[in-house]
Design a protein around this ligand. Structure first.
Ligand code: ZN
Ligand code: ZN
Length: 155
């Protein structure tokens, strides 16, 4: 396995050609941050950037409605293994020592449910935080009845 992994990884790391790098750099020059410039959903991009800044100033990463790594609403990627944080107990059942599943239903009115295969509902402060951030994320994505979290500048 290892001999194949080396060259493949190298190829996949070469993401952009030099011309693209130059273009990206000049585009980034007009804005303070360019990490989300290519996202089609500009409202999501604005909230991502706002939460990145807020996090630098003390916002807990666990209360964010967007994901810095996956660049989407947090309820959309919370099922990714990366969101199981054993140390803090987020998406982790301490009682059973196993990851917690998240059921996300985006269709109206929308619901988020945490479940543990072994004990049912894993109730802890950390998992309540996961639940709360996902619910806020779902509401923020819709931008409907819930109040807007941030004022988003127009295009
Ligand atoms: Zn994520
Ligand atoms: Zn459990």
């Amino acid at each position: 396995m290892a001999p194949h992994a080396g060259p493949r990884t190298r190829t996949s790391l070469r993401l952009v050609c030099p011309e693209e790098v130059v273009l990206r750099r000049s585009a980034a020059g007009s804005r303070p941050r360019g990490r989300y410039d290519d996202l089609a959903d500009r409202r999501l991009a604005a909230i991502l950037a706002a939460e990145d800044t807020a996090q630098e100033h003390g916002l807990s990463p666990h209360t964010r409605t967007t994901c810095y790594v996956h660049r989407c609403w947090v309820h959309q990627c919370v099922s990714d293994p990366l969101h199981v944080i054993v140390v803090t107990g987020h998406r982790w059942c301490r009682r059973c020592e196993c990851p917690v599943d998240v059921d996300v239903d985006e269709s109206a009115p929308g619901s988020i449910r945490l479940s543990c295969d072994r004990c049912g509902e894993p109730d802890s402060a950390a998992n309540r935080e996961v639940l709360s951030s996902c619910r806020t994320s779902l509401a923020a994505m819709r931008g409907g009845d819930a109040p807007t979290l941030y004022s988003v500048p127009g295009p």
